[in-house]
Design a protein around this ligand. Structure first.
Ligand SMILES: O=C(O)[C@H](O)[C@@H](O)[C@H](O)[C@H](O)COP(=O)(O)O
Length: 265
């Protein structure tokens, strides 16, 4: 690993190469899955869209395809584009084509959104599904908020610093009451999306933000270094699980603008 350590209270794992990042990410996910299955008998994981899914690809290969207890996995989306499930923009389709169809996850454990209703209805229905699964303890519950406590939420970050579909300078960032909400004006197409709210992300047991490429370097700097400085950070900088762990996975180009010689070289 190029550099790994705590920087401004954040656990950063900055990798020399994408291959190294991909292996570390697979090991990290496999370890959290094993710990959750040992502790709770199940593993509830929320995915995002974008480059993240390709970066998880190693999980479909040996040894992970054999060693991970796939039958205990329950899949959710931290955000989803409100398009048909077979649409090229669908995060479900992306995950299905590149990951879910390659490992023995039980189809009924895959909880995607209803793609035949409006964004608002899809968000409401998705929250209802999550509420049922919290009741049956497939998803744990936070002991400090009334929020669900996912075992792991995986996030990518846009070059504007958004995570899930929580956009900078958007009222969606202020949503505190709902678990799942919606937007209809995403600048990154398609415009209609559902998204976990920040309180849900910050109630997870584990959150990973996976960032690659130089186009993310400025936002990574604002997110990681902007915290505690008194000025509003980008949405990624507001991710800070209240009682969970947060790990930032980066490649070197994404880390080039971080403060401090140790991390920015
Ligand atoms: O559906 C989406 O668009 C996402 O879930 C979004 O939050 C994504 O993770 C980031 O935009 C990063 O995407 P890239 O890694 O492809 O830049």
């Amino acid at each position: 690993m190029a550099r790994s350590g705590v920087h401004k209270d954040r656990e950063l794992r900055i990798h020399e190469s994408l291959d190294e990042l991909i292996t570390d990410l697979a090991d990290y996910i496999a370890e959290i899955s094993e710990a959750a299955v040992k502790e709770r008998g199940v593993f509830a994981i929320a995915l995002s869209g974008g480059s993240l899914i390709g970066l998880m690809g190693k999980l479909c290969e040996a040894p992970y395809n054999k060693t991970v207890d796939w039958a205990k996995w329950y899949i959710f989306w931290a955000d989803e584009r409100v398009v048909a499930k077979n649409h090229v923009d669908s995060n479900y389709k992306l995950a299905k084509d590149r990951f879910l169809s390659k490992v023995p996850i039980i189809p009924s454990h895959v909880h995607s959104i209803n793609d035949s209703v409006s964004a608002e209805e899809a968000a409401d229905e998705y929250e209802f599904v999550i509420r049922q699964l919290v009741k049956s303890r497939v998803i744990s519950v936070s002991d400090i908020s009334d929020c669900p406590k996912f075992d792991l939420i995986l996030l990518g970050m846009g070059s504007d610093g958004h995570v899930a579909s929580l956009l900078p300078n958007h009222s969606v960032l202020e949503e505190k009451d709902e678990w799942v909400t919606y937007i209809t004006d995403s600048p990154k197409p398609p415009p209609e999306r559902i998204t976990f709210t920040m309180p849900v992300i910050n109630s997870a047991s584990n959150v990973a933000i996976v960032i690659t490429g130089e186009s993310k370097a400025e936002a990574a700097h604002l997110a990681v270094d902007g915290v505690g400085t008194g000025f509003p950070s980008v949405p990624a900088g507001i991710v800070q699980p209240l009682k969970g762990n947060l790990v930032w996975f980066m490649d070197k180009p994404a880390a080039t603008k971080l403060d401090g010689s140790e991390f920015s070289k």
